[in-house]
Design a binder for this molecule. Structure first.
Ligand code: ATP
Length: 213
């Protein structure tokens, strides 16, 4: 399939659309309007139309979108037919929780291997996932053709571990540490800082309370 250049904001919304289309399709719905989609995924309908326009004419004016066509299209774009193996580095509390979670709600991503330096857990299988020593990182990610790794090590080793992963062939990092990693060009980092997200939420709730006083 030809690669289409799309804005990051659009790319982030694609899984939302996809998940809702699966629900509609399972419910036997054949058509969906951008207004309906908009209400369900909480994205304004103008943005939805703009997002879809990057992929050419997917719908007709006044008719809405054909659910099956749209679903097949997004399935292809989001690589839903291919299983993506992901590595997890640092099996502490958070790492362990993610291993346990293991993206069971999606059927095309799974954590297939985990790494740690703690000899008490390396060589074991946790939540169905083998935990290897860091010295095996290169071999495993090469053998399993892994390009993406989840980083859940302590902050003080985050950069060093990221460098090691990149050296060994990782191209994308889901960074759960609060550290902003510096990485060479061509490496993609998604930061997931749970504490900051919660603090932002607390800030907004507090300022709403202030405004309502
Ligand atoms: P969390 O932050 O997930 O709650 P925790 O408090 O249980 O974790 P941390 O000290 O943050 O533990 O360490 C997370 C995991 O990362 C531990 O299992 C630790 O052994 C592992 N770890 C520490 N340093 C490295 C490293 N350089 N490479 C790989 N794993 C590491």
């Amino acid at each position: 399939m030809e690669k289409i250049k799309i804005p990051t904001a659009t790319a982030k919304r694609l899984p939302l659309y996809y998940r809702y289309l699966v629900i509609l399709n399972d419910a036997g719905k054949e058509k969906v309007s951008s207004t309906e989609l908009s209400e369900a995924v909480q994205v304004d309908s103008a943005s939805i139309r703009r997002d879809f326009s990057y992929f050419g004419a997917l719908g007709k004016r006044g008719y809405g979108y054909d659910v099956k066509n749209l679903l097949a299209f997004f399935k292809k774009i989001l690589n839903q037919d291919t299983l993506t193996n992901v590595a997890l580095i640092g099996v502490g509390n958070l790492g362990h929780a993610l291993l346990n979670y293991n993206f069971k709600r999606t059927n095309n991503i799974r954590i297939s291997c985990a790494f740690d330096i703690n000899k008490a857990i390396t060589g074991k299988i946790l939540c169905g996932v083998p935990v290897y020593d860091m010295s095996e990182l290169k071999k495993q990610i090469t053998d399993q053709q892994i390009e993406i790794a989840i980083l859940t090590v302590p902050s003080d080793t985050a950069q060093k571990t990221a460098n090691e992963m990149i050296n060994d062939g990782v191209k994308g990092i889901m960074n759960f540490t609060p550290i902003r990693l510096s990485t060479p060009a061509g490496i993609r980092v998604q930061n997931v800082d749970l504490a900051t997200e919660l603090q932002t939420l607390i800030y907004f709730l507090d300022s709403e309370k202030e405004n309502n006083k």
